[in-house]
Design a protein around this ligand. Sequence first.
Ligand SMILES: *Cc1c(COP(=O)(O)O)cnc(C)c1O
Length: 344
Amino acid sequence: MEISSLIRKNVLKMQPYSSARDEFKHEADVYLDANENPFSNGVNRYPDPYQNELKLQLSALKGIPAGQLLLGNGSDEVLDLIFRAFCEPREDNIVILPPTYGMYKVLAQLNAIECKEVLLKDDFMLGVPKVLEVVDQNTKLIFVCSPNNPTGNSIPLDTIIELLENTNCIVVVDEAYIDFSPSTSCLSLLARYDNLIVCQTLSKAWGMAAIRLGMCMASPEVISVLHKIKPPYNVNKLTQTKALSLLADASKMLEQLEQLKTEKKRVKEALHTLDYVEKIYPSDANFLLVKVKDANTLYDALMKQKIIVRNRTNEPLCDNCLRITIGTPVENEKLIAALNTITL
Ligand SMILES: *Cc1c(COP(=O)(O)O)cnc(C)c1O
């Protein structure tokens, strides 16, 4: 597949920003090239624009060569870079599959890209023929979120393969919740499909939402174009350092995942006993989508008790649904206690 034919012409032609440290890649004794304050305080020097040390860790963790990895200021920045690399404003379009993560549409609007919407099926599965029907020669990106936010289900690998094999556009699979999921990551497909981009984040399972670190894994060709357009110092030094120290303790994260799995089961059982709960959707993620008798009233009642959940009732196929994140045992206990005081 010709990736270069999908890249915006101005991006193909442009010269990326280059610093003196790009020209001299070894260790020097004296750095007088970047107008930094020379007095050391831990953060007076610009951070590594390639995040080499962090990429070494992450590429080992993910089993992906560092050349197939790009890091961003959260995966939201990575998603924005993907738009800017491939989509010609006011010409190209993308396809999203609602109900899904809201940022794809926001980024499309921001970048002046038409956003075509193909609803998931009633069981929240993806109908490939329906997607292919709206794809045209200006469709550059198809966004698949798996496990999907806010529905919690995973899209089977076979479905994603079917999509990859039947289109000439880039398929972006957003795996923000993959660490919670028993299903296989699309990373296993990277070697076979140049038009696949997989996004993951350290914000959810890894517990690093505040430091903003997202990643994108794709063919070397896609990664090099994203690298070319990214802001040089998009991942700051504090983030790189903190991520390295927290990534070193994978066992702690895995322990928390186990605990969250147990808690999810407990919250689910408690929800089942409430007469105003109509349906709890199966979830591979760290949240439950719950259909109730009257979502707005329940949402307000919980808020009065200082418990905030996400009201998704205005999303397509999510009529009267709340999305509830699984918290700590104490938080979940408070939620359950509050739910038991409410009648709808
Ligand atoms: C939370 C979330 C993200 C955001 O990730 P950041 O790395 O924190 O920007 C991306 N995609 C989905 C589907 C999410 O739910």
